[in-house]
Design a protein around this ligand. Structure first.
Ligand SMILES: CCCCCCCCCCCCCCCC(=O)SCCNC(=O)CCNC(=O)[C@H](O)C(C)(C)COP(=O)(O)OP(=O)(O)OC[C@H]1O[C@@H](n2cnc3c(N)ncnc32)[C@H](O)[C@@H]1OP(=O)(O)O
Length: 220
């Protein structure tokens, strides 16, 4: 089993180097992401597909020459700049991610305006319910973290009120309360015609996080 704690790494990268890497690898993820709808919608003919695949194979050959092994994990530096660039919902380097750019209001509400392309389809022309869950898991989890109680999803309850379209969507969440290691959060996804999915989540700080926090606070 993957050792979770070992995937939290202080790699000490200076801010300029983080910015350089973001500018280098972010656009690569955008290029790969742009291919996904084309894989579904392209009407290229046999010869064109053969040529496109040759180019993709050449790109793959270049990209795999030097690579990290295993997942990206959570990396940070002494300034407390956290990077979760492999995250399935929000990762800067993850072409599978929409990606979500989550903002925080002064009152603790977190929100994101995002776009789901045709690769996120479930029911014809609409968003897959599991993708809605992915988005809400991330946004509610972020609200728990912003509210001071980061944790793993313990329970995520969704009510799909009406079909969620593809395209431009909005999601938001707010911490309701904290009880011990548990954060209770609510949120929703809305499309142009209003709320499509409502969510309630319980996010639980693993014991090792609660222990680390208690140790940190005792040093203060
Ligand atoms: C790697 C770590 C990083 C975390 C910090 C970073 C977060 C940065 C946020 C970024 C945003 C990410 C958003 C995506 C987040 C995911 O995608 S997380 C992935 C999906 N979730 C999982 O895989 C979780 C798997 N489950 C587990 O790891 C463990 O069951 C849990 C959830 C940590 C709880 O384990 P535990 O600490 O041993 O819990 P336990 O001591 O039995 O119970 C503690 C309390 O919680 C209650 N409880 C336990 N399980 C549940 C449950 N499933 N539902 C409701 N209540 C429960 C108990 O009743 C108890 O309540 P009280 O008696 O205190 O009132």
């Amino acid at each position: 089993m993957t050792d979770v704690v070992s995937l939290y790494v202080n790699d000490g990268l200076p801010e300029e180097e983080i910015a350089r890497q973001a500018a280098l690898y972010g656009p690569l993820a955008e290029d790969i992401r742009a291919l996904i709808p084309l894989g579904i919608s392209s009407r290229a003919d046999d010869d064109e597909i053969r040529r496109a695949r040759e180019h993709l194979a050449a790109a793959t050959e270049i990209l795999e020459r030097r690579r990290d092994s295993g997942p990206f994990g959570t990396r940070f530096n002494d300034a407390g700049h956290f990077r979760t660039w492999g995250n399935a919902a929000a990762g800067l380097r993850n072409a599978v991610a929409p990606p979500l750019e989550v903002h925080t209001d002064p009152d603790g509400r977190v929100w994101t305006d995002f776009h789901l392309h045709i690769g996120y389809e479930g029911p014809a022309g609409h968003t897959h319910g599991g993708v809605s869950a992915l988005v809400l898991d991330q946004v509610l989890g972020d609200a728990a973290r912003v509210g001071g109680s980061p944790g793993m999803t313990g329970t995520l309850t969704l009510r799909y009120r009406k079909p969620t379209p593809l395209g431009d969507l909005h999601a938001e969440a707010k911490l309701d309360r904290i009880e011990g290691r548990k954060a209770f959060v609510t949120g929703h996804i809305a499309g142009p015609d209003g709320i499509c999915v409502e969510a309630e989540g319980i996010f639980i700080a693993p014991q090792w996080i609660a222990d680390a926090r208690a140790k940190f606070e005792a040093q203060d």
